[in-house]
Write a protein that binds this ligand. Structure first.
Ligand code: HEM
Length: 327
């Protein structure tokens, strides 16, 4: 979620160049620069929270349709706040991935902002994304601590943290798969994002190669949401919007692979590329075909309406897919 290159990112500093800031200093500066961005994210989270709260109060909530015992926003406000942080986290992840693809793709020459500004936005939005993802998980843990009232405080905190943060610990319903997918996204996002700040130590090429895998974080986040989000559980407009939002990402990813900013990443003919290996060319070619296939697949899903959404039942279900187990 961080820029592929910056003017001083070749891992070396020419003797005449000004000294680059120490890694910790650069991180602190970006954290300060992320404050307006993070404030906007908090405002979006509050707006989503208010919307989800109002829907629960009015009886329209899909979450309550899936889990009827939750029909009380005053009690389950921490769960609603966790959902709201999940949505702002996903929105910010979307934004920072789009910025990253713009920077590493054909170039933002047609945009009214400079490359430096885009890079700064990419860095700050990626820091905000990590914080929002963590807040989403933390509020879920807080809700579990509140919910397990029959246990001692130490047990409650232990259960809440283990169910939330230890892969494989949560053992109820769809969460057995969906929660480890979310954890995978969170646990990959942090190192892949923060490696940017030690790129001079690990080498710019190593950093660049690793940073590419940030797209996996985004895919896991969307997969986790489609699988587990109760507000996109049914085949209604929120699920359609979520699928639609993936179209520009897939289009920009295809474009980024077809017309990468870095000359060395261009495909060219298999044998004529200087110093390029044939297996390497094969991997690049397969990547481009796969990105195109994803784009076509998304178009088919959106056009056909076969998006994995269930039918909202007229009566509440007898069992809930991911309710914490009552005693
Ligand atoms: C430790 C990692 C994670 C845990 C324990 C976790 C937990 C959960 C749970 C329990 C739900 C179901 C809420 C519902 O009833 O809708 C959920 C939904 C969701 N999660 Fe996560 N999650 C994690 C990581 C992530 C990440 C990295 C993202 C990406 C931003 C994310 C975004 C979402 C979204 C957007 C929803 C849908 C909420 C809704 O339907 O209103 N989660 N998550």
């Amino acid at each position: 979620m961080l820029p592929e290159t910056t003017p001083q990112d070749d891992g070396t500093t020419p003797p005449s160049a000004p000294r680059r800031p120490a890694d910790g200093v650069a991180l602190r500066a970006d954290l300060r620069a992320a404050l307006p961005d993070a404030s906007a994210a908090v405002m979006v989270t509050v707006a989503v929270f208010a919307f989800l709260y109002a829907r629960m109060e009015s009886g329209d909530s899909a979450t309550v349709a899936v889990m009827p015992f939750m029909d009380d926003p005053g009690t389950y406000w921490m769960y609603l706040l966790s959902q709201a942080f999940g949505w702002s986290g996903l929105l910010w992840a979307w934004g920072t991935v789009m910025l990253g693809l713009l920077l590493s793709g054909p170039g933002p020459a047609w945009l009214p902002v400079s490359r430096q500004v885009l890079e700064r936005w990419h860095r700050t939005t990626s820091l905000t994304t990590m914080a929002l993802m963590f807040a989403h998980a933390l509020m879920f843990a807080a809700e579990l601590v509140r919910y397990e009232a029959q246990l001692t405080w130490v047990e409650r905190v232990w259960v809440g943290l283990a169910d939330t943060f230890v892969p494989g610990w949560y053992d109820s319903g769809t969460g057995r798969i969906a929660i480890p997918i979310g954890q995978g996204a969170l646990y990959l996002a942090v190192p892949l994002g923060l490696l940017f700040y030690v790129r001079h130590r690990i080498g710019a090429n190593t950093w660049r190669r690793l940073h590419r895998f940030v797209i996996v974080v985004y895919v896991l986040s969307v997969w986790h949401t489609l699988l587990y989000g109760t507000n996109v559980w049914y085949g209604e407009w929120p699920r359609t919007v979520l699928w639609l939002l993936q179209l520009p990402v897939a289009a920009l990813l295809s474009l980024r692979l077809l017309r990468p900013a870095r000359r060395a990443e261009r495909l060219g003919a298999p044998r004529r590329r200087e110093g390029g290996s044939l297996p390497g060319w094969g991997v690049r070619a397969v990547g481009r075909v796969a990105a195109g296939a994803v784009l076509v697949g998304l178009l088919v899903v959106v056009a056909s309406g076969h998006d994995g959404g269930r039918e909202r039942p007229a009566e509440p279900p007898a069992t809930s897919p991911h309710a914490p187990e009552p005693e």
